[in-house]
Structures are given as structure tokens and as C-alpha cells.
Design a protein around this ligand. Structure first.
Ligand code: DNO
Length: 348
């Protein structure tokens, strides 16, 4: 496995220097942030990041994310143009050494949480989703403002998007995903990039928006659309794991054995009785996912893709981007390194 760390670019309060001090750190996971989604990434920006990482002994070889425009997900008239821009971005990334590109196909919003700084008894804070805080909200009537939701939409635009997704539904979203993959994956194959789709987070419909990258059956369906290692998963344990019906360890073992996991996001969550969840420390003991079994499954199936410690809590008084501080993610990386070392030695 290749250990990696997400870095939000030059404005990230976590410096590359600090990241490089984490034992076994190899790769930087980042993106070009200065252009809007749907635009071509300037080559100079990609090259500058590669060089900046090199200065710290790190490799910028994983992109997270090249965002997929709503018009592609909705199958609007202008999608071909947008898909062409997407393909051009893949080619440009490949030219500068990117091996893996992460993206998601979630309508309107990326992850959904109700609070980003829920304090635990030990004083650490983390992201949570409590059904109690969502109950009774209707996106077509209420002005919903959940933390982390894209502030660039006006309330009316959001309502309009909700209406459009209600019309296409899950079936339409699958069709549009298929259309996208059949254009994009051949380009990725040609330039040696593995596309890694991130599961929906959480993996069930929110406010009636269709969600399809959610469970084993749907992941099977997804992988069959284009049966190629270039069409792979970014298997996020925390996203899939917050549906109690998903057997994350089984999924990791199965898809890794098929060589269809390009990237692992490793984090733990604690599922509560009503299905709400809290992001916990990475250790198995802290949450609902058995991390030892996850890593063991990866090692026993010969996984050689990228791994990153995902979301950490905010600890030791650190402030910054929720989920993306240095300290708890570094603890996560160290824990994951330890699990790999033990499993690899046991597997010899
Ligand atoms: C959450 C991340 C996601 C991920 C995107 C990929 O912190 O794992 O935001 O980057 O879904 O497109």
C-alpha cells in the first residue's frame, strides 16, 4: 500500500512539511482549487503542486477530486462539452504523474452532516449526523442550511436541483453515470489513470435525492458498467460503514481481490441506535468498524493501492478545517501503518 494524506493546497493550515514528518508518508492527495468545477485545470497549477510536494519528499499522484458537474449527473444538453473538459483534466493530470483520480456521483451535495464540531466527553470534537436534527425538514419548503453544504447555490437553485433529481430518480442517475463512464474510462485507461468513485456519504437517500453508490449490489452493478481496473472504487470505510446493513470488511475483501479498489479511505464511525452516527477515532475499539479486519482483508488480497487516513477529530486544541486537522489524522496514519506491519508479517 502507499500511504497518503489529503492536503487542501497552499491555504491549508496543515503544511507539507508537517505531513512529510508522519512516518511512512508517500503521497499527497490534492486538487487544483483555483478554477471552478467544469473548467480546465491549468497545467502550470498541476506542475507547481507536483514540484511543491517534491520539495518535501512527497509525490502528488492522487487527485481528490475532479468534481462532476450537476449537468453531467442530470444528463443535461451541455453534458458532452463538460465531459470533454473532464477528460482533458484527466489527460493533464496523467501528464504530470497522477495515477488515481477520485470523484463522486452524489446529487447536489457531497457528504451530509448535521454538526461539524460535536464535543465528546474528552473535549475532542468531530462531525456527526443526528436524525433528530434532520427530522421534519423538507428541502422544497424549508431553507435548509446544513454545515458543509455548498454555499455557492442560492436557496432557489437548490430547490430547482431537488426538483430535477426527483424527475430523473435513481434510474436516470444510473443512466447518466453509465453515459459518463463510457466516455471517461477509455481516456483514463489510455493514460494510465485509475478512476476511483467515492461512495455516497451516508449511503442512503437524503431528503429524497437519489443515491446509487451505496451497497454491495450497487457497487457490483457499477463495476460491471465498464469492466476495467481504470473503473475502480475509492472504498471509504466510514461512508459505507454508516449503513449497518453494509458488511464493510466483506466488501473490502471482495473488491480488493478483484483488483477494483484504487484508493482506500480509512476512518471509523460509531452508529447509534436510531441510525445516526458520529465520526470516532480510527481505532476499532472507538467505533463500529473493525479496522484490523479491514487491513487484514487488504493485505491478504495483495492490495497495492493508495490508503489515506480519512477524517480525524479535532484534538489537542487544534483548529482548522473540520475533519482535516493534522493531529488526529496523523494518529490515524500511524495506527493504520501499525495494522499493516502486523498483518504483513503475519501473512508471510
Ligand atoms: C470527505 C471526502 C469526500 C470526497 C469526495 C470525492 O471528506 O471523502 O468529500 O473527497 O466525495 O469526490
Amino acid at each position: 500500500m502507499k500511504m497518503s494524506f489529503r492536503w487542501y493546497g497552499y491555504d491549508d493550515p496543515v503544511s507539507l512539511r508537517y505531513i512529510s514528518q508522519i512516518p511512512n508518508m508517500n503521497s499527497i492527495v490534492s486538487a487544483v482549487y483555483e478554477v471552478k468545477p467544469g473548467q480546465v485545470w491549468p497545467e502550470e497549477s498541476i506542475e507547481k503542486m507536483v514540484k511543491e510536494c517534491e520539495k518535501h519528499g512527497l509525490v502528488f499522484d492522487v487527485v481528490e477530486s475532479i468534481p462532476v458537474s450537476e449537468d453531467i449527473k442530470l444528463g443535461s444538453d451541455n453534458r458532452d462539452e463538460l465531459i470533454e473538459v473532464y477528460c482533458e483534466n484527466i489527460r493533464r493530470c496523467a501528464k504530470y504523474g497522477i495515477k488515481c483520480v477520485t470523484y463522486n456521483f452524489m446529487p447536489v451535495f457531497d457528504w451530509t452532516r448535521t454538526q461539524l464540531d460535536k464535543e465528546a466527553p474528552d473535549g475532542s470534537t468531530s462531525l456527526v449526523m443526528y436524525w433528530e436534527q434532520m427530522k421534519g425538514l423538507d428541502p422544497l419548503v424549508d431553507d435548509i442550511d446544513l454545515p458543509g453544504w455548498d454555499a455557492s447555490y442560492t436557496k432557489d437553485e437548490i430547490k430547482d436541483l431537488f426538483r430535477k433529481y426527483a424527475v430523473i430518480g435513481e434510474a436516470g442517475l444510473w443512466e447518466n453515470l453509465e453515459y459518463f463512464l463510457k466516455k471517461v474510462i477509455p481516456v483514463a485507461e489510455e493514460c494510465g489513470v485509475r478512476m476511483a468513485i467515492h461512495p455516497d456519504d451516508p449511503p442512503y437517500p437524503i431528503f429524497g435525492l437519489p443515491r446509487i453508490i451505496t451497497n454491495e449490489e450497487n457497487l457490483d452493478r457499477f463495476l460491471k458498467i465498464v469492466d476495467s481496473p481504470a473503473n475502480s472504487l475509492c472504498l471509504c470505510t466510514g461512508s459505507l460503514g454508516c449503513a449497518a446493513t453494509n458488511d464493510v470488511v466483506k466488501m473490502v475483501r471482495k473488491y480488493s481481490a478483484m483488483d477494483r479498489i484504487a484508493f482506500m479511505h480509512i476512518r471509523n464511525i460509531l452508529i447509534m441506535e436510531d441510525g445516526s452516527f458520529e465520526e470516532s477515532g480510527h481505532l476499532s475499539k472507538c467505533g463500529s468498524i473493525d479496522m484490523y479486519e479491514v487491513v487484514k482483508a487488504l493485505v491478504e488480497t495483495g492490495f497495492d493501492g493508495y490508503v489515506r487516513p480519512d477524517h480525524g477529530r479535532m484534538i489537542w486544541g487544534e483548529t482548522g478545517r473540520p475533519g482535516y486537522g493534522l493531529y488526529d489524522r496523523a494518529l490515524g496514519a500511524t495506527y493504520i501503518n501499525g495494522l499493516f506491519e502486523a498483518c504483513e508479517k503475519a501473512n508471510k
